[in-house]
Ligand binder design. Structure first.
Ligand SMILES: Cc1ncc(COP(=O)(O)O)c(C=O)c1O
Length: 456
């Protein structure tokens, strides 16, 4: 690639509408980063400066950047079969092998798989399948889907409606009808300790109350991330998910686990369901499936749902051009091979997560830190104006952005997740020395932010 990017960047600022960005900043040429390449855990900008990416891109680059085996797998598939649809009873060895691998590595009860290209598409597909399933059961009224506050399930019309982050709705007149949100198991705002098992059950009861309010005959599914990543790394106590499973069973409501972030090792097990002790009816996966080397996502169904749908003699009127794309499938298989051969999920569980949490717990006595929460290699650092009352900072103070800004000065990328929370989700190939660097930068960011607040 040419090293003079001037003309391209001028076109970008004038003509590129950037997602989740302020257009005014882009049009003024105030790009936050212009990243030229990335390798391992590092992003390298156009001035040659290296940053540790302690958020794995968008919680997706789990095996690290720039791996030769991944490039080779993609190139080999591109040379051999650059495209073929999986429509009309067609398949190819790449997508067939992907199914074989997924069936082996996903939770045991997951038996049938559909492919898409993004988490949003996969969640949207999951909801369509829920509707089809209930129609086949003679219960077409069961269309309502219950989600949660702080949830992130995607950005197309339905999945943005399921997303429980309020700013995502008004520009587009969302949420659509047929969707509602119950409280997140967010103990910080509920004023209980993070491991309070009664709180977990109480938070789950909110789902039952909502099902009863709507009438179970109208409710098709409940959707939730095992650990709510984007919405602040909201992490429920152990009692929560088993209680949710019981409630769904009691009312004949399907349980969809959105494992777009938690799938493929983030919590220290292959899937968050294993970490949080439940089995979903439908599992949605994306990001970590390919470590974002290629846009691939999937919906997995348990035997009950899968068999019911497959026994419908009619054609399935759903699919995307690139569903089961051979190159994406080859890339996903290589990603899983790397995770297995390098025992990266075990590394997260046994080596990295213990070191990561030692660093996080050491931050707890910092005056700005209210709590640290999360699981495996995913954490949210909750900042607070008052550790006792758990007060949030005034909306315009942007303390989390200040902390991330200072970390950036030290060459470490962490993420401001809103609600005074700083997110940290490093790749699974991060070394312990790099973890030290990440948390040196976080402490520096906290200290500088505190000093600024004390001066104000
Ligand atoms: C849990 C979860 N579900 C779904 C999505 C949407 O995925 P995509 O951006 O690939 O559409 C995301 C994206 O961050 C996510 O975190």
């Amino acid at each position: 690639m040419s090293t003079d990017h001037t003309a391209a960047l001028a076109a970008d600022r004038a003509h590129h509408i950037h997602p989740f960005s302020y257009p005014g900043e882009v049009r003024a040429g105030r790009f936050r980063r212009v990243v030229e390449r990335a390798e391992g855990v590092y992003q390298i900008d156009t001035s040659g400066r290296r940053y540790i990416d302690a958020v794995s891109g968008l919680g997706c680059v789990n095996i690290g950047y720039g791996r030769e085996e991944m490039a080779e797998a993609a190139a080999e598939a591109m040379r051999t079969l650059s495209f073929h649809p999986t429509f009309w009873e067609c398949t190819n060895p790449y997508s067939a092998r992907l199914v074989e691998q997924l069936q082996r590595l996903t939770p045991d009860n997951m038996q049938h798989f559909l492919f898409a290209n993004s988490g949003s598409e996969a969640n949207d597909t999951a909801i369509k399948l829920v509707r089809w399933y209930w129609r086949l059961q003679g219960r077409p009224g069961k269309t309502h889907v219950i989600s949660r506050d702080m949830a992130y399930h995607g950005m197309n019309l339905l999945t943005a409606s399921l997303t429980g982050l309020a700013p995502c709705h008004p520009q587009f007149g969302l949420p659509l009808p047929g969707v509602s949100h119950v409280c997140a198991p967010w103990s910080w705002v509920e004023g209980t300790a993070g491991d309070d098992q009664d709180f977990g059950r109480r938070a789950a009861d909110a789902l039952e109350a909502e099902i009863l309010r709507l009438g179970a005959d109208n409710v098709g599914a409940f959707i939730g991330e095992p650990m709510q990543a984007t919405g602040g790394v909201v992490t429920p106590p152990a009692s929560y998910w088993p209680a949710i499973r019981r409630i769904c069973d009691r009312h004949d409501v399907l349980l969809i686990a959105d494992e777009v972030v938690t799938g493929f090792g983030r919590t220290g097990a292959w899937f968050g369901q294993e970490t949080f002790g439940f089995n979903a009816d439908i599992t949605v996966m994306a990001k970590g499936m390919t470590s974002a080397y290629f846009p691939v996502s999937a919906v997995a169904l348990n035997a009950r749902i899968g068999e019911a749908l497959l026994n419908d003699p009619g054609e399935l009127y759903h699919g995307y051009t690139c569903s089961g794309h051979p190159v994406g499938a080859a890339v996903a298989c290589m990603n899983m091979q790397i995770l297995e051969q390098e025992q990266l999920v075990e590394r997260v569980r046994d080596t990295l997560a213990p070191a990561f949490w030692r660093h996080l717990h050491a931050l707890e006595d910092h005056p700005l830190v209210g709590e640290v929460r999360g699981m495996g290699l995913g954490a949210g650092i909750q900042l607070t104006a008052d550790k006792v009352s758990r007060a949030f900072f005034p909306e315009d103070s942007d303390v989390d952005a200040q902390v991330t800004g200072h970390c950036y000065e030290r060459g470490v990328i962490v993420r401001d997740l809103g609600a005074d929370t700083v997110g940290v989700m490093p790749p699974f190939v991060t070394s312990e020395a790099q973890l030290d660097e990440i948390f040196d930068a976080v402490r520096y960011g906290l200290d500088l932010t505190l000093a600024g607040l004390n001066r104000a």
